[in-house]
Design a protein around this ligand. Structure first.
Ligand code: PGA
Length: 250
């Protein structure tokens, strides 16, 4: 870990309803334990229950984020979309941008860059997702893809304090497959080097995501250059999520 805090971001994707809010009690109780005070927990539920989560976590250290936003900063005739300004207004402090599931449904690097700029403008912390797919990995293009996505995504960004880079190999998301400790360390180092060339001396926060669970966390938490995790499936069960955090501190 290169930063003071360890980050645990729960990406609930298109899951959850009003009842799910009750399941958060355990996590709130857990978050108050002094041993885990340096754990920064962020929940990213669907828009429909964002307000409920914000209310539930009021007066706790747990933060809330959205899973995407429109690239237009403000308001406009964009049926079905939500802007970063709206996300901030409701009380969120984070937003996930460039998730591969969004890239699959039309997010380009240019759109991602605009989303990032508008989110920073609205004072949101950005969890900027990057990662190679299986075809690119097999062709040994990982480094090239990561560099391209980072450069395009962070174009014209000035305030890097709000940027969290989440390395999520596409082939690892939801598949149960993770790369070896050595390979992951190497890829995170490559990301650090690319970022260093963009903003020298800034201590970037880099998260890993892709099939993180209560079994592989022992191995993953040994990788020194990772500052936290973006967790999908395993974050929806409070016990599993708590277990992941606990094991990260052993
Ligand atoms: P997963 O998802 O943990 O279910 O693989 C991670 C993500 O998509 O952010």
């Amino acid at each position: 870990m290169t930063n003071k805090y360890k980050y645990f971001v729960a990406n609930w994707k298109m899951y959850g309803n009003k009842k799910s809010v009750n399941s958060l009690k355990k996590v709130i109780k857990f978050s108050k334990m002094s041993k885990f005070k340096t754990a920064k927990i962020v929940y990213c539920p669907p828009y429909t229950i964002l307000g409920d989560f914000i209310k539930k976590f009021k007066n706790t250290n747990i933060k809330v984020g959205a899973q995407d936003c429109h690239f237009i900063d403000g308001e406009g005739p964009y049926t079905g979309f939500v802007s970063s300004k709206m996300i901030k207004q409701i009380g969120s402090q984070y937003v996930i941008i460039g998730h591969s599931e969004q890239r699959k449904s039309g997010d380009t690097d240019i759109k991602i860059n605009k989303k990032i700029l508008s989110s920073i403008n609205n004072n949101l912390n950005v969890i900027f997702c990057i990662g190679e797919n299986l075809k690119q990995k097999k062709k040994n293009l990982t480094k090239k893809i990561l560099s391209y996505q980072i450069k395009k995504g962070l174009n014209k960004v000035k305030n890097f304090n709000k940027i969290f880079v989440a390395y999520e190999p596409v082939w690892s998301i939801g598949s149960g497959k993770i790369q070896s400790e050595k390979e992951l360390f190497k890829n995170i180092e490559s990301i650090r080097l690319i970022l260093k060339n963009i903003k020298n001396r800034h201590q970037f926060k880099i998260l890993y995501g892709g099939s993180v669970n209560d079994k592989n966390i022992n191995l993953l938490s040994k990788i020194k250059n990772i500052d936290g995790f973006l967790i999908g499936g395993a974050s929806q069960k409070p016990n599993k999520f708590i277990d992941i955090i606990k094991k990260s501190y052993i």
